[in-house]
Design a protein around this ligand. Structure first.
Ligand code: ATP
Ligand code: MG
Length: 393
């Protein structure tokens, strides 16, 4: 069944085997989409309780650098993707020796390192925050005053606001850099009006499609709410963001689904923040509001199937469901009021099958679709009240 070398003919539903590096919720939703199309799925993840491993036909329980497991995955699958950006680049390189791997190791490596990522934005002609790469004390001394106050971010392994420090002046910068103890990027602290992101997909043939722009609200560094259509982004800004995301994907020969995060500054300028080489939390709205979800688009891209422009058929609000909802004000465990939530118009619940709720842990999300943005917000407002989420509107 598995071809010996990457081929340009599509891997057909009902026949081919697709592999995923990583077993979290993104892998789980990818597997669901691939299985709906008729693919057989294999997940590689060391965790016996992995959300994706629990739904895939096969789960290889091994580390990401386990060569025997990687060879078994390559043997078993026709094409392989990844669901988290910190998968070791060597692992993807090894798989790519015999199989189609999308996105490729070189693209994932760019996204793993903020310094590389920023260099790619500059190459692509898309403005990002003014920044400096800090590798030692001399770099701290050489930082231009214009970058302060700023945000110091570890170059690698940051997510959900982890590995970041706001610094007001050079003394704080030196202290934070010493405390983090690894290579960092310092970015100028920008005056944000709002945050947007774009899901874009590119095929091996160079075809690029993108989804309607989403507007995102973060709480404590974690995505909390996504709204589409983006209420505060006009047509021109949306076109600009989608074109920038497409240029960023094309500029690195990317194959697969890519999420590009943007800031809109107080003066209205669009600035790229960062990117993720995979489907993204802010793209979960596509599961219920579009005619092709971001996960199906990833399947199509890696399988060499046609990518077509996705259509938003309903305005939508996505609420992230963190583990905090499983505890009451006194810290006692509880089950959120799912029956109440599911009675709301347009509500679609997605839980990731994680046994243990912990504050800040992504347990699921809720999409609220409606005929109008106002009606979607109305359902979302009622869901927030039922679940004990903070008021957004
Ligand atoms: P994730 O991977 O979960 O999206 P992250 O940990 O990689 O997050 P960033 O996206 O870099 O972090 O930053 C998190 C949030 O911090 C942003 O969404 C934004 O609200 C704020 N932020 C980051 N950089 C800047 C900046 N230069 N100026 C102002 N605010 C910023
Ligand atoms: Mg981010």
């Amino acid at each position: 069944m598995a071809a010996a070398l990457p081929s340009s003919s599509p891997l057909l539903p009902g026949e081919a085997v697709l592999g995923v590096m990583g077993g979290g919720q993104l892998g789980r939703m990818f597997v669901h989409a691939a299985q709906a199309l008729g693919y057989h799925c294999v997940v590689l993840d060391p965790d016996a309780d992995s959300p994706a491993g629990a739904v895939a036909q096969e789960h290889l329980r091994a580390g990401y650098l386990d060569e025997a497991a990687l060879d078994a995955l390559a043997q078993r699958c026709d094409a392989i993707t990844t669901e988290f950006e910190n998968v070791p680049a060597q692992a993807l390189q090894r798989l790519a020796q015999t199989r189609t791997v999308a996105p490729g190791a070189a693209c994932v490596a760019i996204c793993q390192d903020r310094a590389e990522e920023k260099a790619h934005f500059v190459r692509s002609g898309v403005p990002c925050a003014p920044y400096a790469v800090l590798r030692g004390a001399a770099d701290v001394a050489a930082v231009p005053d214009a970058l302060l106050p700023g945000i110091l971010k570890t170059s690698r392994m940051g997510y959900d606001g982890k590995g970041q420090r706001r610094v007001a002046d050079r003394a704080q910068l030196a202290a934070a850099f010493a405390e983090l103890g690894v290579d960092c990027v310092l970015e100028q602290l920008l005056p944000l009006r709002l945050e947007l992101s774009v899901i874009v997909a590119r095929g091996a043939d160079g075809a690029v499609v993108s989804y309607p722009v989403q507007q995102n609200l973060h709480r404590d560094g974690i995505l909390a709410v996504t709204e589409v259509p983006a209420p505060q982004a006009d047509e021109a800004l949306q076109r600009e963001a989608r074109a920038a995301a497409a240029a960023i994907a094309a500029g690195m020969g990317y194959v697969g689904v890519l999420c590009v995060e943007f800031f809109v500054l107080q003066d209205g300028r669009l600035v790229v923040n960062e990117m993720a080489p995979r489907p993204h939390n802010s793209g979960h709205y596509t599961m219920n509001a579009c005619d092709v979800s971001q996960f199906e688009m990833q399947v199509r891209a890696m399988a060499g199937l046609p990518l077509r422009e996705p259509r938003l058929h309903s305005p939508v609000v996505m609420l992230n469901l963190l583990g905090d909802l499983w505890f009451d004000a006194a810290g006692r465990e509880r089950t959120p009021d799912w029956a109440g939530v599911l009675a709301l118009p347009g509500a679609a619940l997605h839980l990731y099958g994680k046994a243990q709720a912990r504050p800040g842990r992504k347990m699921g999300h809720l999409n609220l679709v409606a005929a109008t943005p106002e009606a979607a917000r109305d359902s979302a407002r009622r869901a927030c009240a039922l679940l004990g989420l903070p008021e957004t509107w």
